[in-house]
Design a binder for this molecule. Sequence first.
Ligand code: ZN
Length: 403
Amino acid sequence: MPRSLTGRGNVATLKYIKDIIPELEIISTPSGTSAYDWTVPNEWNVRDAYIADMDGDRLIDWRENNLHLVGYSTPVNATMTREELEPHLYTHSEIPDAIPYITSYYKARWGFCLSQEQKDTLGDGPFQVFIDSTLELGHMDSGELVVPGTSRSEVLLSTYICHPSMANDNLSGIVVMTALARWLQTLSDKRYTYRLLFIPETIGSIYYLSKHIDLMRARTVAGYVMSCCGDDRCWTFMPSRDGNTLADKAALAAIGDRIDKWLLFTERGSDERQYCLAGLPVALMMRSAFGQYPEYHTSKDGLGFISQAALEETLLVHQRAITIIENNHRWKANLPCEPFLSKHGLYPTLSVAQSGPPDIINILGYCDGNNDIVDIAELCGLDPVDEVLPIINELKKHFLVSG
Ligand code: ZN
């Protein structure tokens, strides 16, 4: 689907998601709508685009790969020499068989993106250059899904829908967030309300903030931008601006030992740029992060670059972070001493030689009213979701802790 900031590819993408999540609301915003310092651009649509030889044989064909056209290219229908065409050709400086991804949203121009190998075999021309595109007043489309919880406090999840034909950046974010949305819808007794946004990057988040900033500032306890969720090369953490929010804490605990790279806030690149500037606690749990892998923003970031296993693991890590946030109480033991666990059926019945008390007693030992499950997990050397939470839930059932 030819996705961009606007256009039929975005509408088709949102409708595809809505088929999976019927509760998704598609919001259409007219071109020219202002949002702070920005204006929603004209709607861009492409019917066809190519560079052909004089026999009409297509040398570069947008229908074969929509990365071939510079995003927001203006229409062209002309015969050109190689010299005339040359300034409109864009290649990747390092990977000779990669088509680069290039856009020109806010300055009117046109161009073709092609691999260096394709450029080398183009010949001297003349060429028929054809771009059947329209740039007119229309709409920018976004998807919004609110999954209600018992509290009005919210967790923000946001991904972008503006990149064509690339897998890790950014179809993987759309895929994993759609799966996460379905999981959230099945969770009963959610503590928090979840606000999920499928929006064009930058202008989409800026527009959304311009409409909802007061509510988002008042209610958002944590948030994640879902970007680069698909490959299995590494795990990357991008902190929020503050770096010390619940979103950061839960993300780091959720990624755990998997972590390979810890980026700085100065290396930010997606909609966290807008959310964090608005003061919202938004971090990212990524695989190979934007700008950090050679295939980034090229045709090499294709379906072969990502894997189902990596998508599933990224989903799991986001589920872990949400589970931590949902259970982020400061747990407090209800007795001023260790309970008689056997009475509650909670004590391991077989006494084996070990140094120190069993996990359940250690966990209780740190339920001092100040520690949340991440703190307790760190203090006990346990996993917060897989090890601490099941024990806390048992203790809760027996009225031995409260939070
Ligand atoms: Zn990108």
